[in-house]
Write a protein that binds this ligand. Structure first.
Ligand code: B12
Ligand code: SF4
Length: 435
């Protein structure tokens, strides 16, 4: 039996826009699904196709059954693929964030839908396929075990010219117990779950890279877990980065521990510097007054900040662009990012927006955080989109990069980061805004 697994990309992120040497296998998804299948069914032949790193030739794919992974903005593309293979008589199943949040929106387009993590349901689906008994929807049980995940084959992309040392992502915890309105993490995994930190350290020890990226949405949710993880990471002498809320900097001892264990960059969702906007998304634990002190403390311990800002929130006005840019420069955000507020189908936020008539398009390919899909409160959708482009452009002009990084003492480090910022800013703009 042969299974093909396909990762589709939303239009804006097609690999075709990148030179081959810059293409990376960003997600761990296919590697994880491959390991799940191999672990349970060693005899099944599996072939993977990933649009992040290759241009897929649909005609060349041959399998008994095909699994597709898609996040919401990539769903229309997944649908095209599904239609193509189903017309050829090959059954197709879909999984990923959109299928997880809104399985009922996918049932007509695919033979089966997997909602939630595929660790257990994928095995059930394959057994059902073998018995000629595919169900329409498979849902992850809340009792799913997070222990002893199958070993990931980080050499899987070798044939696609991606080296194993480039596959350096790890996920220790899943979901998030907070309920920031715009975020899908409270809903994707039925709560918040931790893998045993010893499993995670074992996995990291085997990664052939000095740098590790945690894909956890909120690695600092449980500080005891974080302490254990840091204690395990310290002797490995690897550099690492992860997403954590700004509250992690409430305690200098924690920041010192992160530094000691090799943490060199944190992705922080500042979201906004406007209290009305912060409150409109239920993220009151972000204390705007404390942003600057938190940034200073992290910088004191040589931790870089990738700061994320969400635009088009209900407190945003025409002043938001100017004020955000000023804040970013004055507070020395190392790598700023800007996304547009996007309520995702299947979340309570989307439902509320839909009911109040504020959803202005059902075209899911536009749900990529670079298009405004809602009617904002105090602005027009096109004003929000323009604001996002302006902020990306203005934050990454050479002069503003130099101003943002003026706090750095080491000239060599500063020069390196200026260069990285410059290239990142230009590339991101080109890829996402097609400019
Ligand atoms: C890597 C990553 C990316 C990569 C590639 C993403 C991709 N798949 O196309 C890049 C950098 C390109 C990216 C970009 C974006 N991303 Co992104 N990204 C991630 C990240 C950090 C990790 C994904 C990962 O590898 N997880 C580890 C694997 C093992 O887990 P998994 O993917 O969830 O897979 C499991 C299950 O979902 C399920 N499953 C998944 N697919 C399938 C398929 C089948 C057949 C089956 C059976 C099961 C199954 O089983 C898997 C194993 O348990 C996630 C956050 C997260 N921690 O998940 C966000 C995340 C997926 N991204 C998100 C978003 C919003 C974006 C952007 C739209 C916005 C932005 N600027 O960041 C862009 C736009 C992309 C586009 N237009 O295509 C959202 C998705 C929201 C949604 N409703 O779809 C997430 C969840 C982050 C968040 N906000 O919480 N992203
Ligand atoms: S934005 Fe961050 S803290 Fe809020 S729910 Fe999402 S992952 Fe959790």
């Amino acid at each position: 039996m042969k299974i093909a697994l396909i990762m589709v990309k939303g239009g804006g992120y097609s690999c075709k826009k990148l030179p081959k040497m810059l293409r990376r296998a960003d997600s761990l998804t296919l590697i994880m699904l491959h390991s799940i299948i191999k672990n349970a069914f060693p005899d099944i032949e599996i072939e993977i196709f990933d649009e992040t790193v290759e241009v897929i030739k649909k005609n060349k794919i041959d399998a008994d059954i095909i699994g597709i992974s898609a996040i919401t903005p990539a769903y229309p593309r997944a649908k095209e693929y599904g239609k193509f293979f189903r017309q050829k008589g090959i059954p197709v199943f879909i999984g990923g964030v959109h299928a997880t949040l809104a399985p009922e929106m996918c049932v007509d387009d695919f033979d089966s839908v997997i909602s939630g993590l595929g660790n257990e349901t994928l095995i059930e689906l394959i057994n059902d396929f073998k018995n000629g008994n595919l169900k329409k929807i498979y849902k992850q049980s809340p009792e799913m075990s997070f222990e002893n995940f199958p070993k990931l084959d980080r050499y899987l992309y070798r044939a696609k010219n991606v080296r194993a040392r480039e596959i350096r992502q790890v996920q220790a915890t899943y979901g998030c117990p907070n309920i920031c309105k715009f975020c899908v993490q409270p809903y994707v995994c039925q709560g918040y779950h931790q893998r045993p930190f010893s499993d995670v350290i074992k996995e990291i020890s085997a990664i052939d890279s000095d740098e590790i990226y945690f894909y956890d949405p909120n690695l600092a949710k449980d500080l005891t877990y974080l302490r254990n993880l840091c204690a395990g990471l310290t002797p490995l002498h690897k550099k690492w980065s992860a997403a954590m809320p700004i509250t992690v900097a409430n305690d200098e001892e924690i920041v010192a521990m992160l530094h000691k264990s090799g943490c060199e960059k944190i992705f922080i969702g500042f979201e906004s510097i406007n209290y009305n906007s912060i409150n409109s998304i239920n993220k009151g634990f972000n204390n705007v007054e404390k942003y600057k002190d938190a940034i200073k403390l992290l910088h004191k311990y040589d931790i870089l900040i990738m700061g994320s800002f969400v635009l088009g929130l209900d407190g945003d006005t025409k002043e938001t662009e100017k004020n955000t840019l000023k804040f970013i420069i004055e507070s020395n955000i190392d790598i700023p990012r800007f996304t547009i507020n996007t309520p995702y189908p299947g979340t309570p936020y989307y439902k509320a927006m839909k009911e109040s008539g504020r959803i202005i398009t059902d075209d899911l390919s536009l749900y990529d955080c670079s298009h405004c899909v809602i009617m904002p409160k105090n602005l027009l959708p096109e004003e929000v989109e323009k604001m996002q482009r302006n902020l990306w452009r203005k934050s990454y002009t050479l002069i503003n990069i130099i101003k943002r990084l003026s706090y750095m003492k080491s000239p060599l480090k500063k020069l390196k980061l200026i260069l990285i910022n410059y290239i990142f800013g230009k590339l991101y703009y080109k890829i996402v805004f097609n400019k």
